[in-house]
Design a protein around this ligand. Structure first.
Ligand code: TXA
Ligand code: MG
Length: 352
């Protein structure tokens, strides 16, 4: 199909928003920017639109979609009730990169929630995203705009690569401000549980709720793989990714030796900018200072996609600091690595 490509200047024009709103109301799909990553949007109240999203993304239809609303007050229309915790969090973090899982009401079809009695809702902070949802006049179901298994899309190039020809329109919103998907918090569990870490961190949530928040996993990560090869395919570049723990000197000498001994394959390193000079490897991407997780988060998916573009076969990545936003960075990185890690100490090196 022909995909309408829209540049950022055109996007916010009244006429463009009106046309995009009509496309969405009529069951079409629009790829649009949010502050986290790009999303593939469709009418959340339309079973056929939800099915098209699954088809285009190549996503198993048992993996539910996040419903996006234009204004924080709109969430109440799609849930059985808003708990006190939900109200506190909405007031503190919406619009913003926090998705809340709550009991759904009958307005939302089961195709959108993959048959679940719960719904994931988020009100994005990106002004263009909110303007688009408002123009459509309906809630918008939107998973990340990548083909299933690939790194999420944080640049116009990425969404064009994955989605051109498969959706009705793609909006160019430039580079995503945050670069990692929203925090997903399950409010239907006995203790509020983070299913996916993001820019709204555990300590932020605990401060707002004045109680402990647990760490969990998305159902899509805990279910038994349908075939052995399907396990841990999230965010994965085609090359083999290894995440290293230990002192940077030890990591660099190990990686430099491995690369020197394996001239036939293409190797690359993705690391903190200040460590880039330690590696004697043709392709080294410094993606931000270790003490600047915002910068690293913004570049991470783009760097993983660069690996495929450069046809890299082995990708070496020293672990980044895990505090706060670092938890979200390491969560995506370990998934991209299929949990393949190695600990390098000065004396003994041990594979984990
Ligand atoms: O930042 C984001 O959240 C982006 C942008 C586009 O808003 N969207 C996004 O959607 O990352 P997606 O579909 O790629 O990831 C949503 C995750 C899925 O892994 C899904 O399993 C989980 O949220 N999820 C959705 N509804 C759920 C529910 N009712 N219960 C448990 N998990 C749910
Ligand atoms: Mg996704």
């Amino acid at each position: 199909m022909q995909t309408w490509l829209i540049d950022s200047d055109n996007f916010m024009k009244e006429d463009t928003l009106r046309r995009l709103g009509a496309i969405l109301r009529n069951g079409g799909l629009v790829v649009f920017p949010t502050e986290t990553v790009y999303g593939i949007g469709g009418n959340a109240l339309d079973m056929a639109a939800a099915r098209r999203i699954y088809e285009v993304k190549g996503r198993p239809s048992d993996n539910p979609l996040i419903v996006h609303v234009a204004d924080p007050d709109d969430a109440v229309r799609y849930v059985r009730e808003l708990s006190d915790d939900a109200r506190l969090l909405i007031r503190a973090y919406w619009p913003g990169p926090l998705t809340l899982i709550m009991p759904k009401n009958d307005v939302v079809p089961l195709a959108t929630t993959a048959g679940l009695a719960t719904i994931a809702i988020r009100c994005p902070r990106h002004e263009g995203a909110r303007a688009l949802i408002r123009a459509a006049g309906i809630p918008i179901a939107a998973p990340s705009a990548n083909k299933s298994g690939r790194p999420s899309a944080t640049r116009f190039d990425h969404v064009k690569e994955d989605m051109e020809g498969f959706v009705d329109a793609i909006v160019d919103g430039g580079a995503s401000e945050i670069g990692l998907e929203s925090t997903v918090l399950d409010l239907t569990a006995p203790v509020p549980t983070i299913l996916r870490p993001g820019a709204v961190t555990k300590s932020m949530l605990e401060t707002t709720l004045q109680k402990a928040v647990a760490m969990g996993r998305l159902a899509s990560e805990t279910e038994a793989p349908k075939s052995p090869g399907m396990k841990y395919v999230h965010y994965a570049p085609k090359g083999e990714v290894t995440v290293y723990y230990g002192a940077i000197e030890s990591i660099a000498s190990h990686v430099n030796a491995v690369v020197a001994a394996d001239e036939k394959r293409r190797h690359a390193v993705i690391c903190a900018s200040e460590d880039a000079a330690s590696f004697h490897v043709e392709t080294v991407l410094g993606i931000g200072h270790a003490d600047d997780p915002d910068a690293i988060a913004k570049e991470l998916f783009s760097a993983l996609r660069d690996m495929d573009r450069l046809k890299i076969e082995r990708i070496h990545i020293p672990a980044f600091p895990e505090a706060e936003l670092g938890a979200a960075i390491m969560n995506r990185l370990l998934k991209a690595a299929g949990y393949r890690t190695m600990r390098l100490d000065e004396k003994n090196t041990k594979k984990t």
